[in-house]
Structures are given as C-alpha cells and as structure tokens.
Design a protein around this ligand. Structure first.
Ligand SMILES: *Cc1c(COP(=O)(O)O)cnc(C)c1O
Length: 358
C-alpha cells in the first residue's frame, strides 16, 4: 500500500525547540502524523502522512466507552555518525499486533507499519535532537472508531503514529529511584490484559501511583494479583534483581508486559556469561536478601530509561536500601551497552539496530 504524503504548509510548521535540555518527555510533537483507517469488509485503507491535527470523533466512538485502545512506544536515535537508528522496531510491531488480537481489534500489516514509521521519522528527521541520550519518541496508537454503544468489537479502527523529541533520561547521571510496594492495589491479573499495551492498564495503575508519589516514592512495585507476594513489574517497566550471582526477572506469566528492553537485557547478560533466571522472587525473599546482602542490585527496564536503578524499597512500613542506595555495577554496564548499541556507537552482535538513514 502506498502512503500518500501531504506536507504541512510552511507557515503552519511549529518552531523547533532550541534548548535540548528542556525537552522532557511527551510534551512536544512534530508537524506531521501518520493515519490509516480500517473498516470491516474493506480492510485498512488510505494511509496518509499529513499535518499533525486533532482527531474528530463522534461522542459514541467506541474507544471513548469500552477501552479498545492499544499503543506502542519506541525511539529513533541520531548517532554520532549522523545515522538515524531504530531499535528492534519489528518487536514493537509484533507486540502491537499481539495486543490487537487480545483486544479483538484489527491487526495491521507489519510492512505498512514499518514503512509508515520509517517515512514519518525521515520526514521529521530535523526534529531528532542531537544531544547525548536524546531521541525522537515514536507513539503508534490504535483506537476503535465505530460509532455505536453496546459492548462488542468495533468494526472500524484508526491507527496513527505521532513522533516527538524527548530529552535525556539521566542528564546528570543515574539517580536511583525510591519504590513503593503496593499491597492493596494490583495492576493486572493473569488471564487479563496486563501483557498488552492497552490504555486501561495505565488507568488502573494511577491510584496506587498517586498514593506512592504522595508518600515521596517515584514508582510502584506491583505484586502478583492473586497472592500479593511475588514481584511482577515496577511502574510501567519490567523488574530485575541481582541476587547472588544471578540476574532474576519475573517470567512472562500473562500479567506482565513483555518488554523489548527486558528481552534485550536477558540476551545481553547471557552473552556476557551472567546467569539469568526468569523467576518471580517473593517479597520475603527480596527483603531477607537485602538484609543479608544477597540482593545486590535492583532495576527497572523500559524504552524510556533503558534501566532505572532502584535504590530504596518501601514495604510494610519499612524502608530498605539496596546496594547502599547506589546504582549497581551490572545495572550500569547494561545501561551503557544498550545505549551505545542504540546510538550506533558499539558493534551490534544481535542485529537489533536498524539504520534508516545516513
Ligand atoms: C512498555 C512497558 C514496559 C517496557 O517495555 P519496553 O518494550 O521495554 O519499552 C514494561 N511494562 C509495562 C507495563 C509497559 O507498558
């Protein structure tokens, strides 16, 4: 399918941000967006890259009522060599379609998805910031657009991609986070949609996150919904612990989002000879391990920060410090290695990088 390109009028183009240290995350978007519509019986049709514009929806548009909404998140990186890189984008496409299947939404042709993403990034390449750790965030999204009330799968969908420059996650070096273990509220239960990037999961997480923030914590550590005993995720990131000489992360049991960073960390660590085990540690194991020193490092993983070291855990009224509240060695090594692969500064033994220009 050919993507039609309608350029934004020059006088409507936005002013590009001049100070890369103030980009932050998710506040600035570029001049263009990709859209394609789906209709039952007709399939996906009329793919367009056109001016970034509001979306007009009927008040009965099904996404506004029943939550058929899925998204992805990845980044385009500008290397020192001037090249523009994506990191494992085919994995995001695969995961988006897995989310679509689970939410009874239309799947999208992976080739069209990839083509749209590349063309949009290349059209907006002047927006890709140059500073260390900065990037162009890519947000593919799909929403149900049938105008009707009544719970059933929509017969129409809109798929769109927007992109925007984002700042470095650690402009002043690592700052280990303080994590609050939520015992009262859960994020997702096995058999539900916790393994999909579905909007409802994030709405469901807000109450506990706000509570954690009010108490001075950055993120919530989610426990399994059934026994409320085993570690699942940290905020919107996957959880990792270094216990003894082992790197531990909860298995993809169905309630955990299969992070692409998570998978990259597992493979990278294994290639270094680190023993990686997919097993969910219990909070008892974590707390006693912190006390006896066997829990040596903890971090969260995701596209936004790559790794986010955990320095402190609040559980059952007490504060527990991991590695003296400092970033661990393996955590830092994983961060540096993935960052350098993403920016084209290191060999790419796994073929994760996709150079789209330069
Ligand atoms: C997106 C996300 C992650 C991380 O996935 P990446 O592919 O590594 O960015 C982890 N947990 C949740 C709940 C997420 O939404």
């Amino acid at each position: 399918m050919d993507i039609k390109i309608i350029k934004c009028a020059p006088d409507k183009m936005k002013k590009k941000p001049s100070d890369e240290s103030k980009l932050g995350f998710g506040k600035i978007f570029t001049d263009h967006m990709f859209t394609v519509n789906y209709e039952e019986g007709r399939g996906w049709h009329d793919p367009v890259i056109g001016p970034y514009n509001p979306i007009v929806l009927d008040p009965t548009s099904m996404n506004l009522h029943y939550g058929q909404q899925i998204f992805e998140g990845l980044k385009a990186y500008r290397g020192k060599d001037g090249g523009i890189y994506l990191f494992r984008p085919e994995e995001n496409i695969r995961r988006m379609n897995a989310s679509a299947v689970r939410l009874c939404m239309a799947t999208i042709d992976p080739e069209l998805f990839m083509d749209a993403m590349k063309k949009l990034v290349l059209l907006e390449q002047d927006w890709i910031p140059r500073g260390a750790g900065t990037s162009l965030y890519i947000r593919p999204t799909m929403i149900a657009t049938e105008s009707a009330l009544g719970v059933h799968p929509s017969n129409r969908y809109l798929f769109f991609i927007i992109v925007g420059p984002v700042g470095a996650y650690y402009p002043e070096g690592f700052s280990p986070t303080k994590i609050y273990v939520s015992e009262e509220y859960v994020r997702a239960v096995r058999g539900g949609v916790g393994n999909c990037k579905n909007a409802g999961n994030y709405a469901a997480s807000l109450y506990a996150s706000e509570k954690a923030k009010a108490m001075g914590y950055t993120q919530v550590l989610w426990l399994d919904a059934i026994e409320r005993k085993y570690v699942e995720e940290v905020g919107t990131s996957n959880a990792f612990f270094v216990i003894g000489d082992e790197l531990l992360t909860p298995p993809l049991s169905g309630s955990i989002l299969p992070g692409i960073t998570r998978d990259s960390i597992i493979r990278l660590a294994r290639s270094w000879g680190v023993k990686v085990t997919e097993r969910a540690p219990s909070m008892d194991e974590i707390i006693s391990g912190i006390a006896d020193g066997s829990v040596r490092e903890a971090f969260a993983s995701g596209t936004a920060a790559i790794v986010s070291p955990i320095g402190q855990i609040y559980y059952q009224g007490r504060e527990h410090f991991i590695n003296g509240g400092k970033t661990g060695k393996l955590t830092e090594r994983l961060y540096n290695e993935i960052l350098q692969i993403q920016y084209g500064e290191k060999p790419d033994p796994f073929g994760w990088r996709m150079k789209i220009s330069g």
